[in-house]
Design a binder for this molecule. Structure first.
Ligand SMILES: Cc1cc2nc3c(=O)[nH]c(=O)nc-3n(C[C@H](O)[C@H](O)[C@H](O)COP(=O)(O)OP(=O)(O)OC[C@H]3O[C@@H](n4cnc5c(N)ncnc54)[C@H](O)[C@@H]3O)c2cc1C
Length: 183
């Protein structure tokens, strides 16, 4: 049995990049202290969905560890997410105000490809689902930034995080706050 919070990949194996480090490191410590081999539950349902020990495709928060990811370790789901959002929002902030048709097509292709290869399986699956009902808006810089902000807010909501005010995307990702503290 895995410790709570470990997210499994589509093959039923523990997925490092889908799991928060605080839960991953708990598993590694348990392995060291527990010689019994880990195994998947043969009663798992037959879908391809990612599973945790307690829930499907979500992170279980625990109070038992406050470990933070050391800087030279492979990313966990949170570090990967933070870095990826930084890249995506910054890319959207610098997208052309009036993109050419070719640029719009490239951005659509990029986002579609990105959603296939994002290394956290259940995150990518969730993103692809959202993109079906909310296809990317690529007709202008503002449209892309707002679309991405709304997608990020859907993820925020599912994780119980605060909803971001999408009128503030330029301040957060391009210009910095008016008080000049980032200048
Ligand atoms: C496509 C994708 C899907 C993900 N799916 C999952 C998942 O299913 N399960 C999971 O556990 N984790 C998922 N993550 C990771 C998760 O979204 C967070 O990145 C991670 O939990 C770290 O959160 P954070 O609080 O540091 O802030 P993040 O959510 O990483 O945000 C970074 C910064 O962006 C700003 N920000 C916040 N919301 C918005 C917004 N709406 N628009 C613009 N800027 C904003 C804030 O200043 C914030 O500090 C996903 C990440 C990505 C990129």
């Amino acid at each position: 049995m895995y410790p709570s919070g470990i997210v499994l990949d589509k093959d039923g194996k523990p997925c490092r990049v889908c799991t928060a480090f605080k839960n991953w490191t708990k598993q590694e410590k348990k392995k060291q202290h527990d010689s019994s081999s880990i195994h998947t539950n043969s009663n798992n349902n037959k879908t391809n969905s990612t599973k945790t020990t307690e829930a499907v495709g979500s992170i279980i928060s625990t109070n038992s560890s406050d470990s933070t990811l050391p800087p030279d370790c492979p990313p966990d789901v949170e570090q990967l997410g933070r870095s990826t959002w930084t890249f995506l929002h910054t890319m959207a902030a610098y997208y052309p105000e009036v993109p050419s048709y070719a640029q719009q097509r490239s951005m659509k292709t990029f986002l579609s490809t990105f959603s296939q290869f994002y290394p956290c399986d259940h995150c990518a699956e969730h993103l692809r689902e959202e993109m079906k009902s909310k296809p990317p808006k690529v007709e202008s810089r503002w449209a892309l930034g707002k679309w991405l902000c709304e997608i990020h807010n859907i993820v925020n909501e599912s994780l119980g995080k605060d909803i971001f005010d999408c009128s503030k995307i330029d301040e957060r990702w391009k210009d910095g706050p008016k008080d000049g503290r980032c200048d």
